[in-house]
Each structure stands twice: as structure tokens, then as C-alpha cells.
Ligand binder design. Sequence first.
Ligand SMILES: NC(=O)C1=CN([C@@H]2O[C@H](COP(=O)(O)OP(=O)(O)OC[C@H]3O[C@@H](n4cnc5c(N)ncnc54)[C@H](O)[C@@H]3O)[C@@H](O)[C@H]2O)C=CC1
Ligand SMILES: O=C(O)C1=NCCCC1
Length: 312
Amino acid sequence: MSDSLVLLNKCEVERLLSYDELIPRLESAMGKFSKRDSSEIIQPVRSVVPIQPYNGFLGVMPSYMAADGILCTKMVTFYQRAEGSSLPSTQATVLLFHPERGHITAIMDGEAITAKRTAAVSAISAKLLMPALSEVLCILGSGQQAKSHYDVFTNVFKFKEVRIWSRRREMAQQFVNDLQGPVRVCSSVKEAVMGADLIVTATGASQPILFGEWVKPGAHIAAVGACRPDWRELDDVLMREAVVYVDSREGATAESGDIILSGAHIFAELGEVINGSFPAQREKTTVFKSLGMGIQDAVSAKLVLEKLKSEH
Ligand SMILES: NC(=O)C1=CN([C@@H]2O[C@H](COP(=O)(O)OP(=O)(O)OC[C@H]3O[C@@H](n4cnc5c(N)ncnc54)[C@H](O)[C@@H]3O)[C@@H](O)[C@H]2O)C=CC1
Ligand SMILES: O=C(O)C1=NCCCC1
């Protein structure tokens, strides 16, 4: 393959990015990030431009991973869409640069990267934090993230039961109709989460939808939505009673309404558990508050490019 600019669309990125290869790379990158060695990784907190009239925002997510030779940025927009809108809520493009020369080497779709790397990171949190015997998976939401989370969780783990809830029952039913495996559609969040061992919250909610009183003690919650300082998915009871893990302390304290507004204490970053500097308190109720990190996009994009090059 020559050194010319690589352009990749969503189908190509989806094809080239496998969870098997992505998960170990994300674990390694998050472990390194949590060591805070700026000669290894530079990743500022996401710059966010609110687009108030349309309930959206533009996020810019640069990162530099010196030892891995990755210089990258993602540009992502997120809009709170009306139910049933044909437009995607999350849209993104990832740029890779030549770290030494500074020119752009690849421009690729970031929607598939965002869907897969977010779900893969939640799978890492589940691997470390969900109860040792986890039989019931519950997903709240039926959009892009719900789908990628369903895919990775049912591939990596074995559940006896999978449940889904979505604001409109027909959206949850549609989600299930498009799948192979058995999934129970639930009529309320309470019905969906009671007794669940692993709960994924992947909604566009800005007010709490998941209440601590419904959550089984010891369950693990991978909280993916509510990525603005005034948005919530989880209530104060859950946030204060659970052991809270985050992807980045700086990101979580700047962007997570669930953390900022509840006053919850952040116990550790996932990377600190991966490093062994903080324990995985699997026997307790745990929340992993995910906001998304530039380095997750960077290692995903690098993997996509490596896979492409290996085919030529
Ligand atoms: N942590 C991370 O790294 C990332 C987080 N996200 C966040 O994940 C969430 C889901 O994103 P996508 O799946 O791309 O969006 P989507 O639009 O495809 O799906 C959103 C789902 O949330 C539901 N929903 C919307 N408003 C709701 C409300 N008020 N109450 C209950 N349910 C509601 C919709 O019915 C839909 O099922 C968003 O909050 C997004 O910002 C997205 C990308 C990465
Ligand atoms: O990390 C990301 O990418 C995103 N996080 C929050 C919502 C928009 C996309």
C-alpha cells in the first residue's frame, strides 16, 4: 500500500474492526492513560460546542500516543432526536495524522468506531466489575449504542436472560426483531432492571431513568448516556450507594451530570483497575460512568488502518 491518504466509510470500518482485537488494545491504552505519563499519552478533556437551538453539541477529541506513534482527533456531533427520527443521534469522523510530519494519513467514519469502542470499553468494565455469576443482562435504550452493547455482551459473555426497555415499546420490539437471539421486551424500566446482574444505560435521557431502589445489590451498571454536566440517567441514591468507576477522572468531573449533580465520589478509573492500582469491588454494586475518550478512538483507528494494510 502506498503512503497516499486513506479514506474509509462506515461499512469498511465496521468490517475491519473486531471486538476480539479491539478489547485488548483498549485495555492497554486505558491502563497507560491512568498512569498519567505525559511523555506517553496526551489527551485533553473534550472541547464541546453546544448547539442549543437543535439540542445538540459538537465535540472535538484529540490525542497523542507517542510510543504507539498515534496522533488523532475525532469530531463528533450528538443530537437529542425525536423518537423515530431517521437521522442518527451520534455522527463522527476520525482523522489520523503522521506524528512526525504532521499531515493527515487517514480520514475514516467515526460512527462505527464510536459504537464499537464504547461497547468494548463497557465489556471491559463488565469483565472486571460484574458479579462473578451474572445471568441477567438488561439494556435500557434501543439505539446505536444499545445495539453495539448487545452485540459485544452476548458475544463475550453468556447470559441466561437478556431484557430490553425503550421509551416506546415498538422501538424495543423492532430492536428485538432485528436480532437472532431471544430478548424479553419489558414495559417499564423497573420491570427490566429488577434482578438484573448487568445493566446498560444507553439512552438520550437528561433526567434519571434508573433508580437505586430497583437495582439488585452487587449488580454492575455500565452507564453510557448522560454525557453533559446537566444530564442524568442514574438517580442520586444509586450514584451515592454504588462504587463509582470512570474512564477519566477529568472527563467525568467536567462532563457527567450523574457525578457532578449527585456529588458522588469517584473511586477509580477503569485504567487504574487494569493497572492494579485500585481494586475491582465486584462484590459491591458498581457503576462504570463512561464519557468516551480520544485515546479509545485513536487506538481503534490505528487498528482499522493496520487491518487494511494487512490485506494489501
Ligand atoms: N460514553 C460514550 O463514550 C458515548 C456515549 N454516547 C451516549 O450514549 C447515548 C445513546 O447514544 P446513541 O445510541 O448513539 O443514540 P440513539 O439515538 O441511537 O439511541 C438513543 C436511545 O435513547 C432513547 N431515549 C432518548 N431520549 C430518552 C429519554 N428522555 N428517556 C429514555 N430514553 C430516551 C431513545 O429512544 C433511543 O432508544 C447518548 O446519550 C449518547 O450521548 C454516545 C457515544 C459514546
Ligand atoms: O465519546 C464519544 O464519542 C461521545 N461521547 C458522548 C456523546 C457523544 C460521543
